[in-house]
Design a protein around this ligand. Sequence first.
Ligand code: SAH
Length: 457
Amino acid sequence: MKKDDIIQMKIEDFSTEGLGIGHAEGMAVFVKDTVIGDEIRAKIIKTKKTYAYGRLMEVLQASPDRVEPVCPVARQCGGCQLQAMDYQAQLRFKQNKVRSNLMRIGGFGEELLDRIMGPVIGMEEPFHYRNKAQFPIGTDREGRLVAGFYAGRTHSIIDNHDCALGIKENRQILEMILEHMRSHGISAYDEASGKGLVRHVMIRSGFRTGQIMVCLILNGRKLPAQEELVRKLSGLPGVVGITLNINQDKTNVILGRETRLLWGQEYIEDYIGDVKYQISPLSFYQVNPVQTEKLYGTALEYAALQGNETVWDLYCGIGTISLFLAQKAGKVYGVEIVPEAIDDARRNASLNHFENTEFYVGKAEEVLPEKYEKEGITADVIVIDPPRKGCEEAVLDTMVRMAPDRIVYVSCDSATLARDLKYLCGHGYELKRVRATDMFPMSVHVETVALLTRKSQ
Ligand code: SAH
């Protein structure tokens, strides 16, 4: 197979980047803008040893799961990868992805998974689920101001003020800001030159409280006619705070370290279940609150707390899972690498009057072994929610030595989940239950919760 060859094939799967995968002449071929089940014709644009990339030329026979995308810029925009796929088919794809990783990488048998794996938890309304949006601001070729999202794998901005995943209020806020920029001749930041003022607009909302925070990210310390814009934005329904974040570095990191309050309060409040959280502009917070409640519900169910257990929550972020568990546990210890997140965790614990939580800043692979070896800590239940790369072996190994009755593994990458579960099952644990939750409809990502129990000796 070589460049410019024309091939015909059926799309069988999706890659982690959302490209359709098919096979032709013994090679895997990745093609954008396809749906599993499509019969396509593609032109080869790049070849590697064992795989190739193709450009879609024609859909010869559309997959029965193909639908018209809701969003007019779905194809160009890098935000969604699965909009052209029926939502029920997306859920089937995610269920299969988790299942096949558990089989292929984890070595778990089909019969076991049939028995212990629940169906993926989907959304009833898979749009407008995101509580946070970060719109880059720029200019198009004609010099007009644009705001929207980056095109897939590039930094050119697709002008779109009304993302189908975000809240409906985003549009009015964004257009108010763009209008202010136009009427005062305020420039947008240009990544190439590092010049220009307005870099991003971030909007966060509390779904249960209706509170909205607008954060302007500037390559500078002040916006011209700032008070006028603040007055207008603060009059919009739901807006409780307006902040300014200063990022004068030539970087593609969105937020700078300094945030100033321009009006109202510095944070928004939201609830997951009965637990109240204060969220400041820089804090990590799950972006799909409706599904987060279901995900944590699964984790809590698997933890099966009676009220007196000692629980460790590793990779705890701002303590969202820790506090959810603290409602039912004797004592909860959280470990997280980002110091600011731990500040939030402590503040949120006291906001909810929890006196049974304690948080440590540090790497899970250092804090846990050290606490175990030096202080002889114990755990009845350990909950872990690591980043995509999964757990370091030191964490897995220490957990095994601590021998909790139950380990609840929350994962955003089912491949590393499968790898880590295999390790734990080789060291005295048994996989008891697995269930995925669709936290990011229209994207290829899926979250999974797994329960392991210690085999009786
Ligand atoms: N459980 C939280 C956050 C999960 S995201 C929630 O549901 O909101 C994973 C978290 O792990 C992030 O907050 C990240 O900062 C943290 N992290 C990454 N590497 C880590 C490490 N080696 N040790 C401890 N925490 C780490």
